[in-house]
Write a protein that binds this ligand. Structure first.
Ligand code: PBG
Length: 325
């Protein structure tokens, strides 16, 4: 019996596979998270994230130079402040690590996009994403503080503000805070569908934001829910978000696909620390091919519908893409 329809014809040679390929990765769609500390002379590898470092502002030149040269879609900054308090006031300190890093990066590479994460968890002594009242995160008291931090980053020169706190109504409050300070052009990328994920484990080591007690399930989403993501996205679109994020990425490809069909705004997916560390660990053990699994994981996120991928692999993947061409 000889088939008349032969899908394998389209896979026979590299040239054929190349012309029918449906999904591609470009360095311009990859964004690199960077952890910035307040001290100087620091370039410290994060033990649970081999290949990823905490940097002080004075050490950023080579990293930023490479990001710029490879043409990636920007860098996403997280700060590890010298001092923490109950309300996270160092998050809006103009001399904090994030504003200083933004200014330095803009000096080094004016056209490289700078994204700034906004959340209080790296800045509070208790490690929660907002201020506490009656043993829980107080949504409404947290909102103006987030707007303050966002405005401080916009003032320092950030192109994109990325609120990751998951308080209700934060996008509208941050938008009006930015507008009132004449930052109408500053973009907001909302972490709209951010799940209470165990895959954030290594990140908490990276920024030293482990919770003294409690968890984040009163504000981050239940990993079991999909319709709820559509609701969060609709709200953030209505409040004025310019881009919508899904996080984590790999275990949530169905959410990325749904969100892609829910909004025409750019969809961003965050391949988080635990996704990165699992692949790196598997490769270090010799159980999987590091570069191949890295590229396949990113391609899958892209195929699911993400326009932009935030990944600790951004530079490494951009190098692989460049070397393939
Ligand atoms: C909150 C924030 C977190 C991550 C990004 N922003 C941690 C959390 O919500 O607990 C996780 C990123 C990662 O795991 O790579 N500021």
């Amino acid at each position: 019996m000889s088939p008349t329809i032969r899908p394998r014809r389209l896979r026979r040679t590299a040239a054929i596979r190349n012309v029918v390929r449906e999904t591609r990765l470009d360095p311009a769609m990859l964004v690199l998270p960077i952890f910035v500390v307040a001290e100087s002379g620091v370039r410290q590898e994060i033990s649970s994230m081999p290949g990823t470092y905490q940097w002080s502002v004075d050490q950023l030149d080579a990293l930023v130079g490479e990001a710029d040269e490879l043409g990636i879609g920007g860098v996403l900054l997280f700060g590890i402040p010298a001092d923490k308090d109950a309300v996270g006031s160092s998050s809006w300190d103009p001399h904090g690590p994030v504003p200083l890093a933004i200014a330095r990066i803009k000096e080094l590479a004016p056209s490289l996009l700078v994204w700034a994460d906004v959340c209080l968890c790296e800045y509070t002594t208790h490690g929660h994403c907002g201020v506490l009242a009656k043993g829980t995160v107080d949504n409404d008291a947290t909102l103006p503080l987030l707007a303050r931090a966002a405005t401080a980053y916009a003032k320092a020169g950030a192109d994109v503000i990325a609120p990751s706190d998951m308080m209700d109504a934060r996008i509208g409050v941050i938008r009006s805070g930015l507008d009132q300070s004449d930052f109408e052009e500053t973009l907001i990328c909302s972490y709209s569908a951010k799940y209470a994920s165990a895959f954030y484990g290594p990140f908490r080591d990276a920024v030293d934001s482990s919770l003294a007690e409690g968890d984040r399930r009163s504000h981050q989403m239940d990993p079991a829910n999909l319709r709820e993501a559509r609701r969060e996205v609709a709200l953030d679109v209505a409040e004025g978000a310019d881009m919508i994020m899904v996080k984590p990425a790999g275990p949530y490809l169905d959410v990325i696909a749904q969100v892609r069909n829910t909004t025409d705004l750019p969809v961003v997916a965050y391949q988080v620390s635990g996704e990165y560390s699992s692949l790196v660990a598997g490769a270090q053990l010799g159980w999987i091919d590091g570069d191949a699994t890295m590229m396949e994981s990113l391609l899958g996120i892209r195929r699911a519908g993400a326009d932009i991928i935030i990944s600790y692999f951004a530079l490494r993947a951009a190098r692989v893409i460049r070397d393939q061409q």
